[in-house]
Ligand binder design. Structure first.
Ligand SMILES: Cc1cc2nc3c(=O)[nH]c(=O)nc-3n(C[C@H](O)[C@H](O)[C@H](O)COP(=O)(O)OP(=O)(O)OC[C@H]3O[C@@H](n4cnc5c(N)ncnc54)[C@H](O)[C@@H]3O)c2cc1C
Length: 535
């Protein structure tokens, strides 16, 4: 038996991110990986949202010098137009205007080596074969070593980052499959493909066709990754009578643009098939365990979100584990926040993917018709959260194109427009208000709640005040000053008198407090937390 502070199962992006960030807090971490790196993995196209995580891991320079192609956006044949159109991260993200198209064997190897440099005990060629439970909690794992020994490892926390093997979630029977996303992907690598024209030559190319959609991702080693995503039921039957290469080429031929780019190209290795069924565990964190990356949930690869979700979960999980060792009571509360923050991102991509599938009008085939959705097919809280996230904000990229280039169902478009219009009207009202603000009386919207709960700060959970509004999964963290002002918003007190009350209670000059409160209340009004100002 060997003892550690934390055991990590799997050395993909989720596992290496979590392990590195926990080890850097001085904890003893062992990472068990059944393969020897560099090992092949699908999932080459990254999102700019991962760049800050790569920065915090300290691998930016290595990633840059690996020579991966910089990806500036996407080119698509999808929506209402049969012609290709492109969009760029720079249109919506000023700070991170690119991401990368990575060869995963190299990318994952850089991250795993970084774990080793950070002090993680990485054991490659070792496989986790059992999850140990003691009473009601996960107490460790059994591993199989390359020289055929069986060893038990014990730790207060086991982080499952085993990808789609989801060893812990399967062991505890936690996985729930998504009825909607049940596709199958077959992919291969080609050389001598033609490039898209500049400035789109490094873009991911997504081409919808009557039987599904295909991707083409250019890579820095001169090959392109090409995959076809089709209905799982139909494809499984066809695969009985055709081999993978025949299958791949058959479905590539449906996408005329990708076919043209592959005119003189040849496969460099035999194609592979992967089941592309979405799922999520019904518990992400519990006594002695936490799930990260594909071991927790998997969503259709359409928006290249998998690696980002995995690394972000690794980062959140490391904060949870670090909190576990400093404040176990706070850690217990942080479980709910971990789940909320992770699910919020996962469900955002899930709603977006549903919207994508129900908004394509380049074809009325079985594949697209059976994926058109009615309002009740959208889970209400997730839909509301999605609409609130998209409305009025500079959309993150895909959101904007799905809404603008497709034919999204009117109930979604109307709901987004409704939120946007309300926010805009409130903003105009505030900007053009000639009233003397300190005299106005703020009134809170119904069901606004102030909670004191963990928030993520500097790779740890710390306690903070958070305001919740109806239908919001995640609250807004607010300063102690604004939290203190909330109980005084009673529909009778003016802003000036609220400032005075806080000044009396906390001994801060009311003239210093007043402008801070006015600004914060204006934002809360635009966002609907303050319903109205009575004058
Ligand atoms: C068809 C398809 C296309 C995709 N395209 C993209 C894309 O373009 N962009 C994107 O971001 N994502 C994409 N993804 C998703 C992406 O591949 C995953 O989300 C991502 O790899 C998840 O990372 P992870 O660390 O959770 O798991 P993984 O990267 O799968 O790592 C898990 C590791 O655990 C190890 N392991 C498993 N079981 C054990 C065990 N018992 N003991 C020890 N080790 C074990 C495995 O060997 C593996 O190294 C795609 C997925 C599919 C199916």
């Amino acid at each position: 038996m060997e003892n550690f502070d934390a055991i990590v199962i799997g050395g993909g992006p989720a596992g290496s991110t979590a392990a590195t960030l926990i080890a850097r807090q001085g904890k003893s971490v062992v990472l068990i990986e059944k393969e020897y790196f560099p090992r092949h993995h699908i999932g080459e196209s990254l999102l700019p949202a991962s760049l800050p995580i790569l920065e915090s891991l300290g691998v930016n320079e290595e990633i840059q010098s690996a020579g991966f192609l910089k990806k500036y956006g996407a080119t698509m044949v999808w929506g209402t137009s049969p012609d290709p159109w492109s969009w760029y991260f720079a249109e919506t993200n000023r700070k991170y205007t690119h991401s990368y198209q990575v060869v995963r064997s190299t990318f994952d190897h850089i991250l795993l080596n970084n774990s080793i440099k950070s002090g993680v005990d990485v054991r490659q060629g070792h496989q986790v074969t059992k999850i140990h439970h003691r009473e009601d909690y996960v107490s460790g794992v059994e591993i199989h070593t390359p020289d055929n020994k069986i060893i038990d490892l014990e730790a207060p926390i086991t982080i499952d980052a085993s990808g789609q093997s989801a060893i812990l979630a399967r062991n505890m029977n936690l996985l729930e499959w998504d009825d909607f996303f049940q596709n199958l992907a077959v992919y291969g690598y080609f050389e001598n493909a033609e490039k898209l024209e500049a400035p789109d030559e490094n873009n991911i190319f997504i081409e919808a066709h009557p039987e599904g959609w295909n991707w083409l991702i250019p890579l820095h080693n001169g090959t392109v990754s090409v995959g076809v995503v089709v209905d799982s039921n139909i494809a499984s039957k066809q695969l009985h009578s055709s081999d993978l290469e025949e299958f791949l080429c058959h479905y590539i031929s449906y996408s005329s643009h990708i076919s043209n780019l592959l005119g003189n190209a040849t496969l460099t290795s035999p194609p592979q098939a992967v089941r592309d069924w979405s799922y999520a565990a019904n518990s992400f964190v519990g006594d002695g365990y936490i799930l990260v990356g594909d071991a927790a949930c998997f969503i259709d690869p359409l928006f290249s979100s998998g690696v980002h979700l995995a690394m972000n979960a690794g980062l959140l999980a490391s904060a949870y584990v670090n909190t576990l060792f400093t404040d176990s009571t706070l850690a217990l509360e942080s479980r709910v926040i971990y789940t909320k923050l992770y699910k919020q991102q996962y469900e955002h991509f899930r709603e977006l993917a549903k919207l994508f599938y129900s908004s394509n009008h380049t074809s009325d085939s079985y594949f697209w018709e059976t994926r058109k959705l009615t309002p009740d097919a959208f889970d209400l809280p997730a839909r509301t959260a999605f609409i609130n996230a998209v409305a009025g904000q500079p959309a993150q990229g895909y959101e904007r194109v799905v809404i603008e280039q497709g034919e999204a169902p009117s109930f979604i478009i109307d709901a987004i427009k409704n939120v946007e219009d309300t926010r805009e009207q409130r903003k105009i009202k505030i900007d053009t208000s000639t009233e003397y603000f300190p005299d106005s009386i703020p009134k809170l919207a119904a069901n606004v709640e102030l909670k004191n709960e963990p928030i993520l700060e500097n790779n740890e959970f710390v306690r903070s005040y958070v305001i919740y509004k109806e239908n919001r999964m995640v609250g807004y963290p607010v300063s102690n000053l604004i939290a203190a002002s909330l109980p005084f918003i009673n529909g009778k007190a003016s802003i000036a008198s609220i400032s005075q009350e806080i000044s009396n209670e906390y001994g801060i000059d009311a003239n210093t407090i007043l402008p801070i409160i006015i600004n914060a209340f204006k934002i809360m009004y635009i966002d609907g937390i303050i319903e109205t100002f009575i004058l």
